[in-house]
Design a protein. Sequence first.
Length: 288
Amino acid sequence: MTKVDSHHHLWPAEVIGRQDWRPAEDEVLRRAFDVAEYHDALDASALDGSILMQSVDAMDENQRLAAYAATSERILGWVGYADLPDPARALDDVGALVRMREAPGGDKLVGLRCLVGSDPMSWTAEAAGIAALQRAADEGLVWDTVPITDAQTDAVAAVAQRLPHLRIVVDHLASPPMVTDAFDAWRNRLQRLAAQPNVAVKLSVGVAVLQRWERWDAAALRPYVQTAIELFGARRSMLASNWPVVLLRASHAQAWSGVIEALADMDGQDRARVEGGTALDWYGVTRS
């Protein structure tokens, strides 16, 4: 079975100042990360391909992503940017993104997202927001998002109900709290998302968790990964590295093997799905 990293980034040095999610005073990520270096990371973890994700909230990011995809057969698909919360731009941005399919590497476009952080997601209930997501669904694009609050969770679940043909992927385990007294609240949010059959989850760690850790902690991550698989099942769970962001605390291989440890009790077929099959199915791509 093909093994797929369902979430990684690439960027040139000139966009560093435009990545609003970037930790302050960080030096690990303050440089370019290119295709060749990422291929080395894939090789170290014995993976076949990947899904490239946007890291800059700007439409010119899509040109960069398509260009990266055009240079690498191992980039199986890319998730671009659209300003979904802006009612004046959302639908036009999705249309512009779809037209990227005519550019070199644009045929690998598989989804869209914008970085919401802790911002309200009331736009998902507005006509402009629904129209943009409707267009994305009609074009076969996946919506990647990271709901971290109860209100955001309810908003994403409501979209899933309203647009059942829109495939939604929740990134980074919906930002688990990594503290025991908040586990139940996180599980409840994840359970509400898992109740929607068109929602899947990525078994990865986002920048918020990485910043809270002093070092990589596979043991602390294990119950969250196992809970996500319990709720979503193998057909809606996919492994992801979040490279190079994960370099804040671990190498690609270290992070990948750390999550793999949580799959030890899975049977071979389910494990193969989580390691690659689910990403291929959900993003609608095949390995060339």
